[in-house]
Design a protein. Structure first.
Length: 288
């Protein structure tokens, strides 16, 4: 069982990571993210892979508070677990904690994880690009709260759920925040997965403290981040000797793994899912 975070450690983590996490790059601005979603909307889809409800338990939970306002999320666990399964911090796309993210959380739980989908929008969900732009802008302007949100999720999983290991995974805006979670918890987090996150720091010094393995999934048909940036990100991690798997999917666009979106690419989504589950199994289950 990993050592639990104390208040002293949390304060130190915020002080160290504040300069990096609370200063979004130009690629993470609401306008830049809105450009990525031109002509794209979340819609219902036959491709969404639902989980047998008999395999998981699910509940809405509060996993912390800040200034009297609770952090609430969606907790899903496998029903047949004898001991607490490894934990996962599941981070939303820029649309919010919607049905797609809840479905993905159930799928991850069915793979053998205590999956906690955090809510970075405090209960709000967008159905249109303009709504999402407004919500993400408000969230970014208070990014310190987002950092405390994901750290609270980590503390909840380790202290309340007693999980042995914890990883993070996110898509789009959540991909950026999966990386930010790794920056905020550089020695505590056991694995981080980034799906086409808009923020990819290429400075080795920023990533030097991170001890967890990282897996990234990126699309070839977008420029934010550009393939040059993705390559520089991978080189920075390699130069530091980090355990990193970076994949680029040809003929795939932004949000290719979202079965409830209009850019779903089944081939790329299935391959990335196979890589995701193998990576999580190796670093959270077998090495836990």
């Amino acid at each position: 069982m990993r050592k639990l975070l104390g208040l002293t450690i949390l304060a130190a983590l915020f002080a160290i990571s504040c300069a990096v996490i609370n200063s979004p790059s130009s690629s993470q601005t609401p306008a830049a993210m809105a450009d990525l979603h031109i002509g794209y909307a979340p819609v219902s889809s036959y491709a969404a892979k639902e989980v047998d409800p008999n395999l998981v338990t699910l509940v809405d939970v509060s996993y912390g508070t800040l200034d009297g306002t609770p952090f609430t999320g969606y907790l899903v666990k496998p029903v047949d677990a004898v001991a607490p399964p490894p934990g996962l911090i599941v981070i939303q796309e820029w649309w919010g904690l919607n049905d797609n993210i809840r479905t993905m959380t159930r799928r991850l739980a069915a793979e053998g994880y205590t999956a906690l989908a955090v809510d970075l929008y405090d209960g709000q969900v967008a159905d249109t690009r303009d709504e999402a732009k407004t919500l993400v802008q408000a969230a970014i302007q208070n990014s310190d709260r987002l950092t405390q949100n994901v750290v609270a999720a980590y503390t909840y999983l380790t202290e309340e759920q007693q999980v042995p290991t914890v990883g993070s995974i996110g898509w789009c805006f959540g991909g950026s925040w999966s990386l930010n979670t790794a920056l905020a918890l550089p020695t505590e987090l056991d694995a981080a997965i980034i799906y086409y996150g808009e923020q990819n720091s290429t400075e080795p010094a920023i990533h030097a403290p991170q001890q967890m393995p990282i897996q990234g999934h990126y699309r070839a048909l977008e420029t934010n981040p550009s393939l040059d940036t993705v390559q520089a990100f991978e080189i920075a991690l390699d130069e530091l000797g980090k355990d990193a798997e970076i994949y680029v999917y040809e003929d795939a666009n932004h949000a290719f793994a979202n079965p409830s979106g209009t850019r779903y690419n089944a081939e790329a989504a299935d391959l990335s899912w196979q890589r995701t589950t193998a990576f999580l199994k190796q670093h959270l289950q077998e090495n836990g």
